[in-house]
Design a protein around this ligand. Sequence first.
Ligand code: GDP
Ligand code: MN
Length: 380
Amino acid sequence: MDLFEYQGKQYFSRFGIAVSPGDIADTVEEAVAVAERVGYPVVVKAQVKVGGRGKAGGVKLANDVDEVRRHAGDILGLDIKGHVVRRLWIERSSDIAKEYYASFTLDRPHKSHLGMLSAQGGVEIEVVAEENPEAIAFLSIDPVHGLDLATARRWVHEAELDEVAREQAAELLVKLYDCYTTGDCDLAEINPLILTPEGQVHALDAKVTLDENASFRHPEWEEFRATETDDPREKMAKEKGLNYIGLDGSIGIIANGAGLAMSTLDVVNQVGGSAANFLDIGGGANADVMAAALEVINSDPKVTAIFVNIFGGITRVDEVAKGVLEALSRVSIAAPIVLRLDGTNAVEGRAILAPHLNDRLITEPTMLDAARRAVSLANA
Ligand code: GDP
Ligand code: MN
């Protein structure tokens, strides 16, 4: 689960990482109230889960109430790479002497954590990695041993952070590592981590991805989950426990297994269609799951055909067939359904469906045939 910057900063604060004082605002008037409270100058920042907000006009400095009004008005509703800004974070502006970069993430091939630190922050780390790779100091961290202060001190030295920043940065990095591990993050990134002219080091931005596998020990993540998506389809899917991602096309997709679901999107594209969603009903999906999946897809007015692509393994095709029939008895599905059923108990599954087939419920023998059929129905 990705956090908004303001949530990432709240998370950082819990681990003692310094951030600027500020608050959220959903309207221009709220933005003004926050600015008056924290004191000018302030930075008005778009809260969207995508990088490069600065370049897109989503981060603006305001010296007085008029500027806050103007910038808040401009940024609210702004579309940044397909993400519409609904919320702002207003914080006290910092003077910047230097911008650094710091992050921790998982290094899967090496079974360790990976720290990245650079004296060249503020720009995308991918760009630094491309143009000036020696400017990034990589640190491989044994998860059993962790990151101690002595190692962090060597690291800030190696990364050539400014002398005055080093001790504070080392201490901050130990806290950030604690946030990353104890806080169960997949990614904890600060870009820029700044040095102020007064010699203070603190986080100006926060990019945090939480590891969903650890959510059982973080009941406090519930507050982050509440703001996770404003796509009503995704909300509904989440409530039903489905692995669903909304897209813009017209063909609703249901598949078992993430790999098959992705292949299904590819095949639909290949034959000239576009998917309305990604939906993996997983292994062992039963009738209830199938019914829930159809209900979510049915809630999407853009869907003009549904493609159910099942390769039975643990999932039994006869169960899926029963699920389809059960869903059809519970809700009236607006779009025609094309099924491709193969694998475990496929023969039994097809037999269950056979008496119910018509021009709204169709089976096709292969994935490609089914994709073609769904696309032609969607465009009909
Ligand atoms: P991003 O573009 O989405 O990564 O958003 P950031 O929060 O990193 O802000 C982009 C840039 O705006 C930063 O790299 C800074 O150069 C600048 N910026 C952000 N906050 C401040 C601030 O408090 N003072 C000043 N002077 N610049 C800021
Ligand atoms: Mn940034």
